[in-house]
Write a protein that binds this ligand. Structure first.
Ligand SMILES: C[S@@+](CC[C@H](N)C(=O)[O-])C[C@H]1O[C@@H](n2cnc3c(N)ncnc32)[C@H](O)[C@@H]1O
Length: 214
C-alpha cells in the first residue's frame, strides 16, 4: 500500500477501520504483557480511541502515523495541545505521557522507541500488503528490542475480497513470529457485520512474548 493511499483515505475520510469505542481486547489483555504505568508502542495508530484509554489508565504511549490529519484529530480528541518538533524524518507531537511521530513506520529506529515495554497492534499488521507486511514483521521486533505484543488480526476467505484489511491466519502468525516469539492465541470471534459488506470475517487476539532462546 503506497503512503499516498493512506493519506488520501484520511483526506476523504474513508476510515471505516476507525472504531468508535475502545477495543475490548485491549482492556481485557494489555495487563498480561504490560502492567499499568508501562510504556506502549502503537504502530500505525490512526486516531484510535485506544490511546485515550491507555493514557487514562496510566500508560505512556509512543505511536507512529503517516497522516497529519489523523494525528491532529487524535490530539483534538484527547483535548491535548502537543508540542511539535522536527526530528530527522519525523515531526514529533508530544504532550505529557504521549509522543506521536508523523512519518513512515519504516523510518523508525530503536532510538525512537527507547523504554517501550510492549506493543499494541490493532489493524496495523493487517493494513499492510504481503511485501510491506514482511518488512513490518522484520522491522518491528528490531526497533522495539523484541517487546511483547498484543496483536489483533482479521481473517476471511481471500477469494471473496482483497485487503486492506488483509486476511491473516493462525498459520501465518506462527510462520511470521514463532522463530522469535512464544505465541498465545487468546480469542477469536466473528465480526458483527460483513467486512466491507462483502464477506464474513473473524477477529483474533494474540499475545507474543520473546522466546528465551532468541
Ligand atoms: C487500518 S488503519 C489502523 C489505524 C489504527 N491502528 C486503528 O486501530 O484505528 C492503518 C493506519 O496506518 C497508517 N499507516 C499506513 N502505512 C503507514 C506507515 N508506513 N507508517 C505510518 N503509518 C502508516 C494509515 O494512515 C492508517 O491510519
Amino acid at each position: 500500500m503506497e503512503k499516498q493511499f493512506w493519506i488520501e483515505r484520511w483526506e476523504s475520510e474513508e476510515i471505516a477501520f476507525h472504531e468508535d469505542t475502545v477495543n475490548t481486547r485491549l482492556i481485557k489483555y494489555i495487563q498480561r504483557i504490560c502492567p499499568m504505568g508501562g510504556h506502549v508502542f502503537v504502530p500505525l495508530c490512526g486516531k484510535t480511541l485506544d490511546i485515550g484509554w491507555l493514557l487514562e489508565n496510566g500508560y505512556t504511549v509512543t505511536a507512529v502515523e503517516l497522516s497529519r490529519k489523523a494525528i491532529e484529530a487524535l490530539f483534538a480528541q484527547l483535548q491535548l495541545t502537543p508540542t511539535i518538533t522536527t526530528m530527522g524524518k519525523f515531526v514529533a507531537y508530544s504532550a505529557p505521557a504521549i509522543t506521536v511521530y508523523e512519518g513512515d513506520f519504516f523510518d523508525l529506529k530503536q532510538i525512537h522507541l527507547l523504554d517501550v515495554d510492549c506493543i499494541y497492534d490493532r489493524a496495523s499488521l493487517v493494513a499492510l500488503p504481503p511485501e510491506l507486511r514482511n518488512r513490518y514483521i522484520q522491522h518491528l521486533p528490531v526497533i522495539s528490542s523484541y517487546a511483547s505484543q498484543l496483536l489483533i488480526t482479521v481473517d476471511y476467505d481471500r477469494s471473496l475480497m482483497d485487503g486492506p484489511p488483509f486476511a491473516i491466519t493462525g498459520e501465518d502468525i506462527r510462520s511470521y513470529y514463532a522463530p522469535s516469539f512464544s505465541i498465545t492465541a487468546l480469542e477469536t470471534s466473528a465480526l458483527p457485520a460483513k467486512l466491507k459488506g462483502k464477506c464474513e470475517a473473524t477477529s483474533s487476539a494474540w499475545l507474543l512474548t520473546k522466546r528465551e532462546d532468541t
